[in-house]
Design a binder for this molecule. Structure first.
Ligand code: PLP
Length: 394
C-alpha cells in the first residue's frame, strides 16, 4: 500500500490547496464597488464593455454576454435552428451542462466517443453517428486542448450540420493560429469560478453571423425585440414588443465588472499556468501515471485542467483511493469527468451504455485533475508534486 496513514501530510489542514482557485485582483474589486456606487447593477455599460473587449480578444464580430455557459449553449442551439426531434452529436467526456443544453432545446443528444490521446471528440466516431436527423455537433475543447476542427468542419459541411463549440475550457485555445469558438457557427464560454476567466457565474457566445447574434440577444432577454436592450440606457423611454417566449439569461454589470479585468490579464494568467504545467510534466515523467497529451505544432493549449490517469494495474492504487489520499495530503483535486452514461438519468432516458464509449469511460474512471491556477506559488506546486509522489509511494 503506497500511503501510510501515520505519515504527516505535505500540507497542514489550514493550508489546504483548493482546486481551481480564481485570481481576483484589486481592479476587479474596485470595479465592482464602482458598479455598486453607480447604482447600475444590472445589464448596462459594463456588460457592453466586456462584450467589446471579448470581441477584440477573440477577433470576432459579435459577442453576447449571458449568465452562464449553460445558457450560452442553450441559446446557441436554439439560434442554430435546432428543433425537437433533431439529433445533436456531442462528447460523453464533458460536464453535464453540455448535454443538458441540448435536451433543454428539445433535441436528442447523441454520444460519439473521444480520441483516447486528445480526449476530444473523435471525428471518425462522429461520422458513424450521423443519421438523417442529425443537425449539429457540439465539440468540447477538453481541458483546453483544441479539437480536430478541420475534420469536424469538413463533416459538418458535407452533412449540412451546425457546429456549436463548447469553449468553457478554451478561452485561450487556438488551432493553427485560429482561436477556439470561431471555427463553428457559435462559440460558448464560461466564466464560472473555476474557469480561466471568472465573473462568479457568467457566460458568453461569440459568432460572426449578425442574424445569429440578434436572435441570441432576443432569446437572452425574455424574447423582447432587440430595441429592448436600449431600455438599459438613458436616452428616452422605449416600448418593447415580445416577439417570442425567451429566457432570463442576461449578464449583470456586477459580473461584467469582474470579467473586464479578468480578461485584461487572461494572457498573464495563462503564462503562469503554462509554467506550472511544465513543472508538472517534468516532475511526473517516469511515474506510473498517464500524462496530458502534448500539443500539436501551431496549436495553443489553454492550460485549463492538468489531468493525470491513475491506472490501478500500474499504480496499485485505484483512482478514488488516489483522490482521497491527495485530499488527506492537503491537496484539492477534481474529476473531469465521469463519462455521461455513468449517470443513471442518461442511461434510463437515452439508453446510453458505458460500453458504447469505452475510451471516455476508461478516462472518466482513471482521471484526476490536479490544482492548476495562476494563484499557486512555487511552494504550492512543489507540495502538489511531493504529494503525488508520496501517494504513489515514490
Ligand atoms: C463549466 C462547463 C460548462 C458550464 O458552464 P457554466 O458557466 O457553469 O454554465 C459547460 N461545459 C463545460 C465543458 C464546462 O466545463
Amino acid at each position: 500500500m503506497p500511503v501510510s496513514n501515520n505519515d504527516k501530510p505535505v500540507r497542514a489542514k489550514d493550508r489546504f490547496i483548493v482546486f481551481g482557485a480564481p485570481v481576483i485582483g484589486d481592479r476587479e474589486i474596485e470595479e465592482v464597488v464602482a458598479s455598486m456606487k453607480s447604482g447600475w447593477l444590472g445589464t448596462g455599460p459594463k456588460v457592453a464593455q466586456f462584450e467589446q473587449d471579448m470581441k477584440s480578444y477573440k477577433e470576432v464580430q459579435y459577442a453576447v454576454a449571458v449568465n452562464s455557459c449553460t445558457a450560452a449553449l442553450h441559446l446557441s442551439i436554439l439560434a442554430a435552428g435546432i428543433k425537437p426531434g433533431d439529433e445533436v452529436i456531442t462528447t460523453p467526456l464533458t460536464f453535464c451542462a453540455t448535454v443538458n443544453a441540448i435536451i433543454h432545446a428539445g433535441a436528442t443528444p447523441v454520444m460519439a466517443d473521444v480520441d483516447p490521446v486528445t480526449m476530444n471528440l473523435d471525428p471518425q466516431r462522429v461520422r458513424e453517428k450521423i443519421t438523417p436527423k442529425t443537425r449539429a455537433v457540439v465539440p468540447v475543447h477538453f481541458a483546453g486542448y483544441p479539437c480536430d476542427m478541420d475534420s469536424l468542419c469538413a463533416i459538418a459541411a458535407q452533412h449540412d450540420l451546425k457546429i456549436i463549440e463548447d469553449c468553457a475550457h478554451a478561452i485561450e485555445t487556438e488551432s493553427q493560429g485560429r482561436t477556439a469558438g470561431t471555427f463553428g457557427d457559435f462559440g460558448c464560454m464560461s466564466f464560472y469560478v473555476t474557469k480561466n476567466v471568472v465573473t462568479g457565474e457568467g457566460g458568453m457566445v461569440i459568432t460572426n453571423d449578425e442574424e445569429h447574434a440578434a436572435r441570441l440577444k432576443v432569446l437572452a432577454l425574455h424574447g423582447m425585440s432587440k430595441d429592448a436592450w436600449k431600455r438599459f440606457s438613458d436616452d428616452g423611454f422605449k416600448h418593447y414588443q415580445v416577439v417570442e417566449a425567451g429566457f432570463k439569461y442576461n449578464m449583470m454589470d456586477l459580473q461584467a465588472a469582474i470579467g473586464i479585468h479578468q480578461l485584461a490579464k487572461v494572457d498573464d494568467l495563462w503564462v503562469r499556468r503554462q509554467e506550472i504545467w511544465a513543472q508538472y510534466d517534468e516532475a511526473f515523467q517516469g511515474l506510473p501515471l498517464g500524462l496530458p497529451a502534448t500539443i500539436g505544432e501551431g496549436d495553443r493549449h489553454s492550460y485549463h485542467l492538468y489531468t493525470v490517469l491513475v491506472d490501478e494495474a500500474k499504480t496499485g492504487l485505484d483512482r478514488d483511493s488516489f483522490l482521497n489520499a491527495m485530499t488527506a495530503q492537503g491537496i484539492g483535486v477534481g474529476v473531469h469527468y465521469l463519462s455521461l452514461p455513468e449517470h443513471e438519468f442518461y442511461r434510463k432516458t437515452y439508453g446510453w451504455k458505458t460500453e458504447d464509449v469505452p475510451h471516455a469511460t476508461r478516462i472518466g474512471r482513471q482521471t484526476v485533475s490536479l490544482p492548476l491556477s495562476a494563484k499557486l506559488t512555487d511552494e504550492d506546486v512543489n507540495d502538489v508534486i511531493s504529494a503525488v509522489k508520496k501517494v504513489l509511494g515514490q
